[in-house]
Ligand binder design. Structure first.
Ligand code: FES
Length: 151
């Protein structure tokens, strides 16, 4: 457990009890997810039951209870992208990464998720990797896109 980091985060919140979401937000930023040991420690420090912390963490989808990959891939599954074959793109990504949507690769390099319309329907089917939007994606382009994000 990274006590130093958690204590530093807690020190930013003088009114700890009222700032659970802010605290979780900082923990998520630091660790890229909400590690169990750290949550249990926070629960004791701010005197909020761990069950309550988990229910807040589960309610907001910006929080993740499992480690996320360094690169977040989101395949748009909105109507325009669906019509243009986003399902095939998702299948290709799942096959190449050997994970299902919602999962993270073992080497923590990639996480794969779906989103609904990212406002780039003219570029359908679209895939977002981190801050980059890839448009007019075809299944055969997937390998090349992934290679841009590999070390
Ligand atoms: S439906 Fe995919 S960008 Fe709009």
């Amino acid at each position: 457990m990274d006590l130093k980091a958690v204590n530093e985060i807690l020190s930013q919140f003088p009114e700890e009890r009222g700032n659970l979401i802010g605290i979780l937000h900082e923990v998520q930023n630091y660790f890229s997810y909400l590690p169990e040991a750290e949550l249990r420690y926070i629960s004791k420090k701010i005197d909020i039951p761990i069950t309550q912390i988990y229910s807040v963490a589960n309610f907001y989808n910006r929080f993740s209870l499992a480690p996320k990959g360094n690169n977040q891939i989101c395949v748009c599954m909105g109507t325009a992208c669906h019509v243009k074959g986003s399902e095939k793109i998702m299948n290709e990504l799942q096959e190449k990464l050997q994970i299902q949507k919602g999962e993270t690769t073992e080497d923590l390099l990639f996480s794969l998720d779906e989103v609904r319309c990212i406002g780039a329907c003219g570029l359908a089917p679209a895939v977002v990797v981190n801050e980059d939007t890839h448009g007019l994606v075809k299944p055969k382009m997937v390998g090349k896109i992934l290679s841009k994000y590999k070390p």
